[in-house]
Write a protein that binds this ligand. Structure first.
Ligand SMILES: NC(=O)c1ccc[n+]([C@@H]2O[C@H](COP(=O)([O-])OP(=O)(O)OC[C@H]3O[C@@H](n4cnc5c(N)ncnc54)[C@H](OP(=O)(O)O)[C@@H]3O)[C@@H](O)[C@H]2O)c1
Length: 234
């Protein structure tokens, strides 16, 4: 889709399995992207996925998104923040009665704290601009929790609540916040972990990219606080 020409969009987690499929779609929608990364080796893989004629619309910044001072600096340096697409997050399993507090905190930091910090500092810019689009990533587990996934499901439920809170706070403005809930995504990591037999049924990263590219566009102005399932065919 088109619709994001000239928009300055901050996208996190672009080097991940979902991000590698989402970034080219959002780029094709016309946006100017700031992509965060942590490791040089991942940056090289991401660069290879981008069309050479679009690289002048992309900037890369190295940042750990659990570090508030670093997040604040990165966002303050951007010319504008028309959109935030926060893909960073991750998954861990274990029975609740054996789950360590350290792992619980790690999962909340990765899923919820990074979302809070990127939203908080992007929102400051959006309030100044009077315009903004926020898209966060929960998980089907946020609304249909399963066994062995307490920290993951609880932290993703937190992402849903945080996003809906922002939508409530920005009601009456041209700032929106919506959260998508992917089910199993067709990524190389999931194929390696679970085999490819059912993979055709899983939602594709590029397909999620199309949903996100719309949510972050001006055209999605009347969609706020939506909790959107993107389950593919499972
Ligand atoms: N894969 C699925 O089936 C699935 C299903 C439902 C929901 N989701 C959600 O979709 C999102 C993307 O999933 P994915 O499969 O693409 O995960 P992934 O491959 O593990 O990618 C996660 C991304 O987040 C980055 N990241 C992690 N910690 C960070 C930090 N502290 N600061 C900055 N960047 C950080 C990673 O960079 P590094 O490589 O440097 O760690 C990577 O780019 C997550 O929110 C996930 O929970 C995924």
């Amino acid at each position: 889709m088109q619709g994001n020409q000239g928009k300055q969009i901050l996208l996190t987690g672009g080097t991940g399995g979902l991000g590698l499929g989402v970034v080219p779609v959002v780029l094709a929608s016309g946006a100017e992207l700031t992509l965060t990364y942590r490791q040089e080796k991942d940056l090289a893989i991401l660069r290879e996925r981008l069309p050479a004629n679009a690289l002048d619309r992309v900037r890369f910044v190295q940042v750990d998104l659990t570090d508030e001072a670093a997040v604040a600096r990165v966002i303050a340096d951007l010319p504008r923040v028309d959109g935030l697409i926060h893909l960073v997050g991750g998954f861990a399993m274990g029975p609740t009665h054996e789950y360590s507090l350290a792992d619980w905190y790690r999962d909340f930091d990765l899923n919820l704290t990074t979302t809070f910090l990127t939203c908080k500092h992007s929102l400051r810019r959006m309030w100044q601009q009077g315009y903004g689009r926020i898209v966060t990533v929960g998980s089907r587990g946020a609304v249909e929790p399963g066994p062995q996934l307490a920290a993951y499901c609880a932290s993703k439920a937190g992402v849903v609540a945080l996003t809906r809170t922002i939508a409530a706070e920005t009601k009456g403005t041209d700032i929106t916040a919506n959260v998508i809930l992917p089910s199993l995504i067709d990524t190389p990591a999931n194929r390696a972990a679970m085999g490819s037999e059912q993979a055709e049924l899983w939602v594709k990263p590029e397909s999620i990219g199309q949903v996100i590219a719309f949510l972050v566009s001006e055209a999605a102005r009347d969609l706020r606080g939506a909790v959107i399932p993107v389950y593919g065919n499972v």
